[in-house]
Design a protein around this ligand. Structure first.
Ligand code: GLV
Ligand code: MG
Length: 326
């Protein structure tokens, strides 16, 4: 008997999202250009990158771009306006009725509580049923951009099986908590530690406890390549899966920083092989073994699986082979 796996938000959420490219939904030029860029995800924006006067006309532009564009396997997302505006329901209806089959996720900004996610989930289900689309395939990406959203982030992460990612929105967040800096993502002057550590960790814990991806938001100083790298390295080191890119020049940095290095990838694959061998009968069915000077066990295998999984998803190839001890 053959079994086929139908993609759902739960399986799709494992796809790499190292670089998530913001594309203003009102700009035919950017909608065209984004298609050829090597980002893992594109999100066509109806929210803050679209001026109020063009928000309504942008809906159809976005639906047309999804239907007629060649997105080359990228994750295709549309960011709608948040539920405190009057635009959200028509954003969702126009885009999902118009292009639901060519859309992977809806990004919901400024999420404040779980109810805002379930409201979007219900609307998506009704549209999917009406349009004959597979119910539950379109995922939700939830942006945490204010104090209330962060306080409720666990409930938000648990609110729907459609949720694939929790995203940090630093610009709106900094405004929401009155952080004393205008440089998005950079440390406020006068604070001796990392002002973002708690926020990033809080989001990461909520995401990981529900098997979701954690994504870092934008870095607005697009000409400052070192600044982008520094801020990206901070969240990548903690375990974040990717970051927004606002300019094509930021894509290569994100793809590199959120992928394991070749050395770490090779090491992870070696740990997996060595552990498999030592637990096999040929290897003595042991629970732990030595790999060079390093003792490895089931916990090492779990850590190695994460790095190996990210490396494989990023297309890395092994450059070393495991040799069982003679
Ligand atoms: C993104 O939406 C942000 O506010 O940083
Ligand atoms: Mg924002």
């Amino acid at each position: 008997m053959t079994t086929t796996t139908t993609p759902t938000a739960a399986t799709n959420r494992l796809r790499p999202r190292r670089s998530c490219l913001a594309v203003p939904g009102s700009s035919p030029r950017f909608l065209e250009k984004a298609q050829g860029l090597p980002a893992d995800e594109v999100f066509l924006d109806l929210e803050d990158a679209c001026a109020p006067l063009v928000k309504e006309s942008a809906r159809q532009l976005v639906a047309d771009a999804l239907n007629n564009g060649d997105w080359g396997g990228k994750i295709r997302v549309v960011r709608v306006n948040d539920w405190t505006t009057h635009w959200t329901y028509r954003d969702v209806i126009t885009v999902v009725e118009g292009a639901g089959a060519n859309l992977d996720c809806v990004m919901l900004p400024k999420v404040q509580d779980a109810g805002q996610v379930t409201m979007l989930d219900t609307l998506l289900t009704q549209i999917e049923k009406t349009m004959g689309l597979q119910v539950g395939r379109i995922g939700i990406e939830a942006q945490i951009e204010n104090a209330r959203g962060l306080v409720n982030v666990d409930a938000i992460a648990a609110a729907s099986p459609r949720i694939e990612t929790i995203i940090f929105g630093p610009a709106d967040f900094m405004a929401s908590i009155n952080m004393k800096s205008l440089v998005v993502g950079e440390q406020p002057p006068g604070y001796p530690a990392d002002a973002y550590h708690y926020i990033l960790m809080r989001i990461l814990m909520a995401a990981r406890s529900h098997d979701l991806q954690a994504i870092d938001g934008p870095y607005l100083q697009i000409r400052n390549a070192d600044g982008y790298r520094g801020v990206a390295q901070r969240s990548a080191a903690l375990g974040f899966d990717g970051k927004w890119v606002l300019h094509p020049d930021q894509i290569a940095a994100a793809n590199e920083i959120y992928s394991p290095t070749q050395e770490d990838y090779d090491h992870a694959e070696l740990i997996l092989d060595a552990y498999e061998w030592c637990t096999s009968e040929a290897g003595g069915a042991k629970g732990s073994a030595m790999l060079g000077d390093e003792m490895i066990d089931e916990a090492s295998r779990k850590m190695a699986l994460v790095i190996a999984g990210k490396g494989r998803a990023a297309g890395l190839q092994r450059t070393s082979v495991f040799e069982p001890p003679a």
